[in-house]
Design a protein around this ligand. Structure first.
Ligand code: BES
Ligand code: MN
Ligand code: ZN
Length: 493
């Protein structure tokens, strides 16, 4: 694991140095100092390259003593927390296998960039930390990161005690993100409902209250929709309830609900073989909820929150649910199963109803890798979300923007809703091909009563096939940051 430290501005004897340069090759004061001390080597290097200090441009310069990394600051005005995170990620990845063991980032104040320097320094470290994540527990040779030489990042900034304090809270969020990424990346023979639930009961050590309901308990509650999905699996379905009571006693909680399909074969409506291995991450919604609860507990958030995850495996089997079956959900509403591959909404139907009836939360937000149609609509850039509450939409838009995760509101409406009516039951679980993500959301809406609610279809977000500055490819932990920010900015005393 990467070591990260903060100190006052100075030049340590060893390791690489990162120094800032504004656009048009304007060196910051410390950069100029190093340039002078090296007899103008930085000036010469800039002259002989295409480096000009453009935002996020990087150039390594070698003096006889050490590597100097010039980092482009652009005009300087865009340097906020998110910019700094990206810089941290880029600095990490550019030095990761460079041979350097430590790097000191000189985080210098400048007239164009002076606000919140402690915060920005903390976020630079956070960006580097987020990018340094690896999932290599199943590699016995060729470990990911076996060529990693960079072990330590030191951020040198005048306000280092403040930066350190801000960073310690960000570490709790990073821990939650890493937990979510780990869960998403685990193979489905290792992570199934029971083993997932065990990883969640281990969170009790952080002060979370964790309850695990098995099939017997869920059956008593009448959760026929969720149980129908797990019916063909030899693994027992579970519902896990996590509670963080960091707020006022007796104050209504906020609630997060996750789809935890540990493997989605499609069931009897079997999926094609190609790419089916991806369906190990069909529990991404549950992973995000779990990571969020870990983050809230880790940073001792001043709020009451519940996280509920429905954990099942969707398998074809002699005992599996059939297309044509009619199941009764906990709400009493009946559902005709048209396609056993539209299973996530069945799990969420009971999990949402249960959460609303038991906790009467201020709001419910569910996350689910629910539809392929969501990826068709928005790709892997924005997460589509649906909500019955404009106030909640506003708060979420702001939270997502603050942490740099993209979200885009999608519509609900009666015209879509009635596309889910069934001829023989209250509703069917799959409608026509068109507007597949919208009709899925309308299906969920039938289980939230009057509670302010939002649904995030994270099908395009839970997994990434390429690196980005702060998210290495693989499980992303998408949503932990936005939801944590939502809590922090609007639901903490
Ligand atoms: N887990 C899938 C959705 C999915 C597909 C997520 C690809 C990520 C990548 C979901 O359970 C599913 O199979 N949905 C069906 C619904 C259809 C049968 C109405 C889909 O999207 O095709
Ligand atoms: Mn499915
Ligand atoms: Zn699924």
């Amino acid at each position: 694991k990467m070591q990260i430290g903060f100190s006052k501005i100075g030049f340590p004897k060893q390791g690489a140095l990162v120094l800032g340069v504004l656009e048009d090759s304007k060196m910051l004061a410390k950069t100029q100092e190093v340039d002078r001390n090296s007899g103008g080597m930085i000036t010469a290097a800039i002259k002989n390259s295409n480096f000009s200090g453009k935002s996020h441009q990087i150039l390594s310069v070698f003096t006889p003593e050490r590597r100097i990394v010039l980092y482009g600051l652009g005009k300087g005005e865009n340097i906020d927390e998110l910019w700094s995170e990206e810089a941290g990620g880029r600095i990490f990845s550019s030095l990761e296998t460079s041979g350097e063991k430590t790097v000191t980032v000189i985080f210098e104040n400048h007239s164009r960039t002076k606000k919140n320097i402690d915060k920005r320094a903390a976020h630079l470290a956070y960006g580097a930390l987020l990018r340094s994540y690896k999932f290599d527990k199943y590699k016995t040779k060729d470990k990911l990161g076996k060529d990693t030489t960079l072990k330590r990042i030191n951020v040198a900034v005048e306000q280092h005690p403040q930066a350190k304090k801000i960073f310690s809270e960000l570490v709790a969020v990073a821990d939650g993100i890493f937990f979510a990424r780990d869960l998403v990346s685990e193979p489905p023979n290792v992570l199934y409902p029971d083993s997932f639930a065990k990883k969640l009961t281990a969170l009790r050590k952080l002060g979370l209250k964790v309850e695990v309901l098995g099939e017997k308990e869920m059956s008593k509650l009448g959760m026929g929709a969720l149980l129908g999905v797990g019916q063909g699996s030899s693994r027992e379905s579970k519902l896990v309830v996590m509670r963080w009571n960091g707020g006022k006693r007796g104050e209504k909680p906020i609630a997060f609900v996750g789809k935890g399909v540990c493997f989605d074969t499609g069931g009897i409506s079997l999926k094609p073989a190609s790419g089916m291995e991806d369906m190990k991450w069909d529990m991404g919604g549950a992973a995000t909820v779990s990571g969020l609860m870990m983050a809230l507990a880790g940073r001792k958030a001043n709020t009451n929150a519940v996280g509920v995850v429905g954990l099942v495996e969707n398998m074809p089997d002699g005992n599996a649910q059939r297309p044509g079956d009619v199941v009764t959900s906990m709400s009493g509403q009946t559902i005709e199963i048209i396609n056993t591959d539209a299973e996530g909404r069945l799990v969420l139907a009971d999990a949402l109803w249960y959460t609303n009836r038991r906790f009467k939360p201020k709001f419910m937000i569910d996350l689910a890798t629910l539809t392929g149609a969501m990826m068709v609509a928005l790709g892997q850039v924005n997460c589509g979300y649906f909500t019955n509450n404009d106030g909640l939409a506003k708060e979420m838009e702001r939270a997502a923007r603050d942490v740099g995760e993209g979200i885009w509101r999608m519509p609900l409406g009666v015209e879509y809703n009635k596309m889910m009516n069934s001829d023989i039951a209250d509703m069917k679980n799959a409608g026509p091909r068109f507007a597949g993500s919208v009709t899925a959301a309308c299906f969920l809406e039938r289980f939230v009563e009057n509670c302010p609610w939002s649904h995030f279809d994270i099908a395009g977000m839970a997994w990434s096939s390429k690196d980005s500055p702060t998210v290495p490819k693989g499980g992303t932990g998408w949503g932990v940051r936005t939801l944590n920010q939502l809590v922090k900015s609007s639901y903490e005393a």
